[in-house]
Write a new protein. Structure first.
Length: 104
């Protein structure tokens, strides 16, 4: 647990939301990012205080519907980050799109 926390330290904010799951339409990542957008909209005081780190594991990348969903998710995250950009602060949402989990 401490090793994972140490690896994430440079990505953390005062408050950090972390999501880990497969990038899959049934997981509703898109709705989660839209909910985070609502939070930032309703609570401007949190815009430079909270970050959303999403660890999304590629899934079924050979299927067109999954690729389209990935593109939609990334486009929304880019739009949300642009909307709530704070000069000198990291993006509100950071996606880690990888399958590098240690399998012990």
């Amino acid at each position: 647990m401490n090793a994972a926390r140490d690896r994430l330290k440079s990505h953390m904010a005062e408050r950090t939301i972390i999501r880990v799951d497969r990038l899959d339409p049934s997981k509703n990542q898109l709705n989660g990012f839209l909910a985070f957008e609502c939070l930032l909209e309703r609570r401007p005081d949190l815009r430079d205080q909270v970050r959303f780190l999403a660890f999304l594991v590629p899934s079924r990348t050979d299927l067109r519907v999954y690729r389209a969903y990935r593109e939609a998710v990334f486009a929304e995250v880019e739009r949300i980050n642009a909307r709530f950009a704070v000069p000198g602060a990291p993006a509100a949402i950071e996606i880690f799109y990888t399958n590098d989990r240690d399998r012990r």
